[in-house]
Design a protein. Sequence first.
Length: 164
Amino acid sequence: MVSETYVECLVARKSTFAMRFLKTLLIMLTVCFVLIACVGFIPAFLVAIVTGVGAYFAYMNADLEYEYLYLDKEISIDKVMAKSKRKRIVTYDVQRMEILAPVKSYHLDAFRNREMKSVDYSSRTDEDKKYMMVYEGNLKVFWEPSLEMVKAIQTIAPRKVFTD
């Protein structure tokens, strides 16, 4: 009998002020250059195309969500851009994880001052829900799994997962 546990969680990332400002600025510049091109200044149309493409990418990256999937000893993290485009970012094997605990947990004290690469797949809003996972001793992963997901991971690796 094969026992597979499947848990998914969706977290919306808070957009930064700089990204919202850039998106608005590029949209306004695109509209201005299109109007200038309509008056008869054709090179402004090329600038409008460039700023329009920039506005599209700023729009896609300003509205981000992360989807965490736990399935059969693997944690997958997908990036959902503007609720329309999905991209798999990374997959982590639970067996290669060193520790998973809330960011404020004393269990992470040994890892806080270590020089490691870190990645943040959290909403950037609620520190109380944020967890840190140390993966293979050289990567800190910040994310916000649901309690159900943490419990599912804890059944596989009980000595590596803490909820305090």
